[in-house]
Design a binder for this molecule. Structure first.
Ligand SMILES: *[C@@H]1O[C@H](CO)[C@@H](O)[C@H](O)[C@H]1NC(C)=O
Ligand SMILES: *[C@@H]1O[C@H](CO)[C@@H](O)[C@H](O)[C@H]1NC(C)=O
Ligand SMILES: *[C@@H]1O[C@H](CO)[C@@H](O)[C@H](O)[C@H]1NC(C)=O
Ligand SMILES: *[C@@H]1O[C@H](CO)[C@@H](O)[C@H](O)[C@H]1NC(C)=O
Ligand SMILES: *[C@@H]1O[C@H](CO)[C@@H](O)[C@H](O)[C@H]1NC(C)=O
Length: 579
């Protein structure tokens, strides 16, 4: 096993995650199997109880682990499936060590940060890095470890010490370190001092950088590179220039141009890993698909406008996976994506009274959109606005996708408007709702009393129903009998009302294994009106866009049939359109 550690200096939030996942992606193009571990120096044990307003989106894994957005980055770039153990936090490590101490595993010795905690970190890394993460089912060859925060913080100190010891444990040719730093441009001059200071800190803690990845708003001058190399005691080929690019999908190619992979190949003696021809072919294919797909991001194209009707629309991070799924889909459809953010409460008549301009602006966006998306969320505020948006899409035959809460919203809208029960709602929104108006109910087997840990979480199967051959969403998936997607919900569609909905054209084409719980609906006689109880965005990949999202973008671009027919897929025989 080879380890590549990505740490950061100067400040956090400069794209360490993108750099780490791009490096992993490039290693994959050599035919290697790559996994990743994220280290977060926080005390929290999982992200499920964190507010999306403060922390960004909560990302759900197959095993139901709730983490923040970074693990999603690795899954999307590396096309792997990670587990909740791939995220190490200070809280997890401490509780692991404390539990062992309680069991008497340390034989009454004094338990200390060094060596007990640092050993626990190293053991965890060694154990988790061996978990197979892709469809080969084999142990990975390389593990990317992203160390969150900045080196030198109090929080990250035990992890830095553990990694310092780890480099000797696994040997020099099995361990390398990429340090991400910032080169600010002040009065037109590229400043290297912060980088010099960051590398000095790193060395004083016993870690030696193999590569210094310099984030900068512009291309680094050769003189800047030479200066960093000289003051940081590295060769100038070890200084990588990571300037701002049009999209984060270009970062792997930027690194490739600078021969980062050649350097790592020598440094980690990757040539010693035996690869068969299939592996190598897979790597080559991956690189050409990546170039082709991400090239679509820049090539001049038509625009597709998607209105995203949500609640935290001024905190866009809380919809990160949704945005990524839309980006993947529009690259596949060769369209430029224009996301129009609509705060759902702005669509409500109350806003018309208090703030006419906001109301009109919001409706302007809805009425000019090519497609409408209502993503997941919690709580009552703004839900009436989402209902208005779903109605607009249904009545005007605008492509629509509802996810989780979006499915519940669109069902309520349908019951109110088509079936005529104007008081219909969800027991989540209305306390003491009459039984006949209960369209969305608390899932019966879930205990309402305890908050947290009572959600239906993680990968679950959805079975397509017998009468769904016509279904567009089923065809998008390739007409399987069932699909597996990730869930995160507490409420569901009331199974009692399904027959009445289906008689009126809203068909639940996918249900769970009990054949009761509604998973996917699709409206007949509409270009694309689909909603899912699960969150398809969590499994969207750069080269494998999530199907419900792909359907939305394709329908909004007017090419749904071609996409279903596979005309936009990769062709194995070399195509002339090389970007
Ligand atoms: C790992 O879990 C912690 C604790 O909830 C969370 O703060 C952190 O963001 C998670 N990291 C990733 C990469 O998911
Ligand atoms: C991604 O992985 C899945 C299996 O996990 C595989 O079927 C698919 O072909 C992979 N996609 C690419 C583009 O390699
Ligand atoms: C590096 O890893 C390989 C394979 O696990 C091992 O055989 C080798 O001894 C390691 N190198 C050192 C210096 O420990
Ligand atoms: C570096 O390049 C910028 C333009 O990108 C230029 O303005 C600046 O003078 C250059 N600095 C040095 C030290 O050459
Ligand atoms: C960035 O996008 C613009 C057009 O949007 C394009 O002209 C330019 O070539 C792109 N830059 C790169 C590095 O791809």
């Amino acid at each position: 096993m080879k380890y590549v550690v990505v740490s950061g200096g100067v400040i956090s939030g400069i794209g360490k995650g993108v750099l780490a996942s791009s490096t992993g992606m490039l290693l994959k193009t050599l035919g290697l199997k790559v996994t990743s571990i994220k280290i977060d120096p926080y005390m929290n044990i999982d992200a499920g109880t964190m507010s999306p307003l403060e922390h960004g989106e909560c990302f759900v894994l197959n095993d139901g682990g709730e983490t923040d957005l970074d693990l999603g980055n690795y899954e999307r770039y590396l096309n792997v499936t990670l587990t909740k153990d791939h995220n190490i936090t200070t809280g997890k490590i401490y509780s692991h060590v404390i539990a062992r101490e309680r069991k008497g595993d340390y034989l009454g010795k004094t338990v200390q940060i060094v060596p007990h905690l640092t050993n626990a970190i190293q053991d965890w890394i060694e154990r988790v890095s061996r978990i197979p993460v892709d469809d080969t089912g084999l142990e990975p060859d390389v593990c990317i470890i992203e160390l969150g925060g900045t080196v030198g913080d109090i929080e990250s100190a035990p992890f830095v010490e553990a990694l310092r010891q780890f480099q000797f444990k696994v040997g020099k040719e099995n361990f390398s370190l990429i340090h991400v730093s910032l080169v600010p441009v002040i009065h037109g001059e590229q400043k290297t001092k912060p980088t010099q200071a960051a590398i000095k800190d790193l060395r004083s803690l016993g870690l030696v950088p193999d590569m210094i990845a310099c984030r900068c708003s512009e291309q680094l001058n050769q003189s800047t590179i030479d200066k960093i190399a000289m003051f940081c005691h590295v060769g100038s080929e070890q200084v990588v220039n990571v300037h701002d690019v049009n999209s984060t999908y270009h970062v792997p190619l930027l690194l490739l141009e600078q021969k980062m992979i050649d350097y790592l190949h020598n440094r980690l003696q990757l040539g010693d890993i035996t690869l068969n021809d299939d592996d190598k072919q897979r790597g080559n294919d991956l690189l050409s698909k990546w170039k082709k797909t991400t090239g679509n991001f820049d090539a001049s194209m038509e625009t597709v406008k998607i209105a995203l009707v949500g609640k935290y629309t001024n905190l866009k991070d809380s919809y990160l996976s949704v945005i990524k799924a839309l980006e993947h889909s529009s690259m596949r459809c060769r369209r430029k994506l224009d996301i129009m953010w609509v705060e759902s409460s702005d669509l409500e008549p109350e806003t018309q009274e208090t703030d006419k301009a906001r109301f009109h602006e919001a409706w302007n966006k809805i009425s000019s959109a090519d497609g409408i998306l209502v993503p997941g969320g919690f709580g009552t505020r703004g839900t009436e606005g989402m209902i208005h948006a779903a109605r607009w899409a249904r009545e005007n035959k605008i492509p629509f996708l509802g996810v989780c809460l979006g499915l519940q919203i669109a069902t309520i809208e349908f019951v109110r408007d088509v079936i005529g029960k104007t008081e219909a709602s969800s027991t989540e929104f209305v306390e003491g709702l009459d039984e006949e108006n209960q369209v969305v109910i608390y899932m019966p087997e879930i205990d309402k009393a305890t908050m947290g840990g009572n959600m239906r979480l993680g990968l679950r199967p959805t079975y397509f129903q017998d009468n769904s051959e016509w279904s567009k969403i089923r065809k998008l998936y390739g007409s399987p009998a069932s699909v597996e997607e990730r869930h995160r919900h507490r409420y569901e569609i009331n199974p009692e009302i399904v027959d009445e909905l289906e008689e009126n054209g809203l068909v639940f084409v996918g249900k769970d294994e009990s054949n009761k719980r509604c998973e996917i609906f699709e409206l007949k006689n509409h270009p694309y009106y689909v909603a899912t109880q699960y969150h398809p965005e969590y499994t969207s990949k750069v080269l494998d866009p999530s199907k419900p999202f792909l359907g939305l973008v394709a329908a909004s671009s007017g090419i749904l049939d071609d996409v279903i027919d596979g005309k936009y897929d990769f062709h194995t025989d070399s195509e002339s359109t090389d970007f």
